[in-house]
Design a protein around this ligand. Structure first.
Ligand SMILES: [Zn+2]
Length: 411
């Protein structure tokens, strides 16, 4: 039996370079090492759902004029006349959140409050972009930094138990937005890109979420993660360990609460709604980048991001690279695959160019912040490597002359 519920037969999308081992959606709060994942769907022609999603965007399957009208109606419903905030935009000041907040404020006349769940370890360029977002873009912002000791501890646990060092960040960020929305009485939350763009199993026709609509599992980074009234917080998982276990080991429940999902009743009572801007206006990631450069002082990294060839995707956190690296170990595809697939779908590169980039960069271990990352999770390189290797599934990996090689490669 393959680990993580990996598909028996490994296939690559005929249009992009994505394998059918890409996890699609998950309830991270049930995340234990033994958990099986859902994976991206391929159709009969061997094309992945993310490619089909992007085709639908282009081939007049969506009436974008109609969608913009719907957006205006939605915004009209929430517009305030007393100067109070009327939309919450969570983000770090990367290109997508910078774009989303700016369009909502300066094109559609909304008054956003931006909120940021701080990265574990800001990169210099990430911090600069965050500052530029506020100072050049022109926004009010709440920057929340979680307890560093606890965050380190859960990150270490998540690495050891799940090989998923980004999990505490994802969970914290996901539940932070609705908490802030309740606190400031701003029921409308806007994210940028729809997770279907990248292969989550959510239809392009689904524009938003509320506790009524569901998506309880949570797709990729947002949506209504909540606790049903009959669920007990002690039974959910964080870093591959139940809350009850954390408490038994001496962690204070109060210190974990910021990572836990909200009670569904509170989301309901406050009529919290989640939407993606890319459901309403045609979303081209590269255009978001150019827009964010022009209007919010966004800067790409002067150097290539390790593990890929791009310079402007997820560059604000020093741990990002290890998230993609661990994905490569568990699922056999890395950061270059992710970037190339997206650029092929948006016609910036051809599939052949994508394959060449994947061959060249996928799975490269990020060395730039390695000592800092090891120090953060309290580990030696030897321990890191041993844990990494224990998560390789023999279905995906073989050893040749002492080196790990993937059994399946895109071609
Ligand atoms: Zn595809």
């Amino acid at each position: 039996m393959a680990k993580y519920g990996l598909p028996e037969e490994i296939k690559f999308c005929k249009k992009c370079v994505m394998p059918n081992t890409r996890p699609s959606s998950s309830n991270e709060y049930k995340h234990t090492a033994a958990r099986e994942h859902d994976f991206i769907k391929f159709d009969k022609e061997g094309v992945c759902s993310a490619c089909r999603f992007n085709e639908a965007k282009e081939n007049n399957q969506i009436n974008w004029e109609e969608r913009e009208k719907e957006l205006l109606e939605l915004l009209e419903k929430h517009r305030s006349s007393d100067g109070s905030y009327n939309v919450l935009v969570p983000g770090s000041g990367g290109k997508d959140s910078a774009y989303t907040a700016h369009i909502l404020k300066y094109k559609y006349g909304m008054h956003p409050l931006t909120v940021t769940w701080s990265p574990h370890l800001y990169t210099d360029i990430g911090w600069k972009n965050f500052q530029n977002w506020i100072h050049i873009g022109g926004f009010d912002n709440y920057l929340f930094t979680p307890n560093g000791k606890i965050h380190r501890l859960i990150t270490r646990n998540a690495f050891i138990n799940l090989l998923h060092p980004f999990q505490p960040f994802i969970l914290g960020q996901k539940t932070f937005a609705p908490k802030m929305a309740v606190k400031f009485n701003i029921p409308l939350i806007f994210y940028g890109d729809h997770p279907g763009e990248y292969g989550a199993n959510i239809s392009i026709h689904q524009k938003g979420f509320s506790s009524e609509i569901g998506d309880k599992g949570g797709s990729s980074g947002f949506s209504t993660n909540y606790l049903n009234p009959d669920e007990k917080p002690e039974e959910i998982f964080l870093g591959g360990k139940s809350i009850a276990e954390h408490i038994k080991e001496g962690v204070n429940y109060g210190d974990l609460k910021i990572y836990l999902p909200m009670d569904q009743r509170i989301i309901k009572e406050n009529n919290i709604e989640f939407h993606y801007l890319s459901s309403y206006i045609k979303w081209v990631p590269q255009e978001c980048y150019y827009y964010a450069v022009k209007h919010a002082g966004f800067e790409a990294n002067p150097m290539r991001t390790e593990g890929t060839y791009s310079k402007y995707n997820s560059i604000d956190d020093k741990t990002d690279g290890y998230f993609y690296y661990t994905t490569y170990i568990k699922f056999g595809y890395g950061r270059a695959t992710q970037d190339a697939a997206q650029e092929i779908r948006n016609h910036h590169i051809t599939r052949d160019e994508g394959i060449a980039l994947v061959k060249r960069f996928d799975g490269e271990l990020p060395r730039r912040y390695f000592p800092e990352f090891l120090d953060y999770i309290g580990m030696t390189e030897k321990e890191f490597t041993e844990i990494v290797d224990s998560f390789r599934d023999p279905h995906l990996w073989k050893q040749e002359n002492g080196e790990w090689k993937l059994k399946y490669k895109v071609s």
